[in-house]
Design a protein around this ligand. Sequence first.
Ligand code: FPP
Length: 241
Amino acid sequence: MGATPATDQAAARILGAGEPRARHVAIIMDGNGRWAKKRGLPRAVGHQRGVEAVRRLVRGLEPMKLECLTLYAFSSENWKRSHDEVDDLMNLMRRFIKSDLEEFVANGVKLKIIGDWRSLAPDIVAMLEDALARTANGRQILAVALNYGGKHEIARAAAKAAAKGAITPEAIEAQLDTHDLPPLDLLIRTSGEIRLSNFLLWQAAYAEMLFVDTLWPDFKPEHLQQALDDFARRERRYGGR
Ligand code: FPP
């Protein structure tokens, strides 16, 4: 992903000099099931197309100059789905890592996993550990939330902070899974639903929110670029005036 003067110029033209550029965007990828239903297809096909949307987006990331993209791939509540659907999602994860890891390494994508991912199936944990090691020198972070729940994350962080002595916002923040990521600037949810679904509850405190009607399999890099352009025009006050 080596930054070339040409892409720098393109980014500067799109965003405008001096405008606040988003460093960290997170996405709740919703609507795979409805995408499939509309076409009379099984939900599994919606999820497959959802993975293709992820791949497309990651391939389109570099010129956007984002430091971090965080994707909600599997929530701690998703275990309530049918056994078959959970299996489909886990198998998609396995296949995605196998097929795309080399491309991540080549393109300077640095993988990060948040959530309680170490309790996933041992073969997935091993694949993820390998993927984390192999992408460790990447420049642009792709954080994937797996078996993630915001309340759990905060509770775990608070317990760790307490063990160290102080329960202050700063002490909790230092223990969150995202402690080494840039502050969250923008949270996007697709498919027209307007809620957080236990995603990045703490990190969203001052993030901008964008809810779009597009179903996740239809989401394209252009949609993210549009969101980044809109973000650059918003005025953020963090509680001040
Ligand atoms: C929401 O659609 C989507 C999910 C629960 C999973 C998101 C997962 C992917 C896009 C694929 C896996 C990701 C990676 C990184 C390999 P939904 O099923 O809730 O849709 P619906 O609300 O229309 O039923």
